[in-house]
Design a protein around this ligand. Structure first.
Ligand SMILES: Nc1ncnc2c1ncn2[C@@H]1O[C@H](COP(=O)(O)OP(=O)(O)OP(=O)(O)O)[C@@H](O)[C@H]1O
Length: 238
């Protein structure tokens, strides 16, 4: 679905990613884990076109989209949900949902909003509330719901469970699984809660200092000695 080939990128002259090869398969959940500052968020930003690319390529459905600007990527079906500022704070929940489908005819927009609300009933009673007044979890639900209204095919989520209670985080993980299983979305996830994220994932990548340290089936990664050691803090990963 989306694939990078030897992708090197950063901010201005500050290089963060070094020849990163990642492949995200259609209909799967792929998770990127790694220590703080290893470049996980930068990788998502780079895929969406928000950093400086020095070399390498990004392919989406086989097409080279390395130099395609963010708004066109949205039109291609790519949704990027950053950790914060992922909704319009000054608009109501309802306005956010309608904005996501502003090019869609009214009748169809209504169907899409109804569908999004059936997946995220948590925001059904909040339609007239300004999005800026929502809790972190409710805002995350709304952000994911707007991707459904837009009919995005690839959803890139940057730490969607950050600062949420364990119970709410679990609900978010369940929604992500639902989006894959019931709506066929392809998901690329960056998560601090690496263990739980890999448990719901098909494939995983570990990024260390801007390089892919290892990759594989999520289950294999969970059982990988290096991974276990790293996350249990038993040994240093080189
Ligand atoms: N806008 C920016 N300008 C310059 N440097 C940045 C910018 N954003 C991030 N960085 C730097 O890029 C490096 C990688 O950061 P990034 O946020 O991608 O890591 P991460 O793996 O997502 O970390 P975390 O788990 O802490 O969110 C860090 O050294 C960070 O300071």
């Amino acid at each position: 679905m989306i694939e990078t080939k030897k992708l090197s990128a950063g901010y201005g002259k500050l290089q963060i990613l070094f020849e990163v090869d990642v492949g995200v398969r259609k209909g799967e959940i792929t998770t990127i884990v790694g220590p703080n500052g290893s470049g996980k968020s930068t990788f998502l930003k780079t895929l969406f076109g928000l950093t400086t690319i020095y070399s390498g390529k990004i392919y989406y459905k086989g097409e080279d989209i390395t130099n395609v600007p963010p708004y066109q990527k949205t039109c291609l079906g790519i949704a990027y949900l950053p950790q914060t500022n992922n909704v319009f704070a000054n608009l109501t929940v309802e306005e956010n949902l309608k904005m996501a489908g502003y090019t869609v005819p009214d009748e169809e927009l209504k169907d899409r909003v109804d569908l999004a609300l059936s997946v995220f009933p948590e925001i059904q009673g909040l339609l007239k509330r300004k999005a800026g007044t929502l809790s972190g979890g409710q805002r995350q639900f709304l952000a994911m719901a707007t991707a459904l209204v837009r009919k995005s095919e690839l959803l890139m989520l940057d730490e969607p469970t950050a600062q949420l209670s364990p119970k709410l985080a679990e609900t978010i993980f369940n929604k992500i699984v639902e989006l894959r299983d019931d709506y066929g979305l392809t998901i690329l996830l960056v998560e601090q809660n690496a263990k739980r994220a890999l448990e719901i994932s098909d494939r995983g990548y570990m990024l260390i200092s801007g390089r892919v340290a290892f990759e594989g089936k999520a289950r294999d990664l969970l059982e990988h000695e290096k991974f276990q050691s790293y996350f249990l803090g038993l040994v240093e990963v080189e």
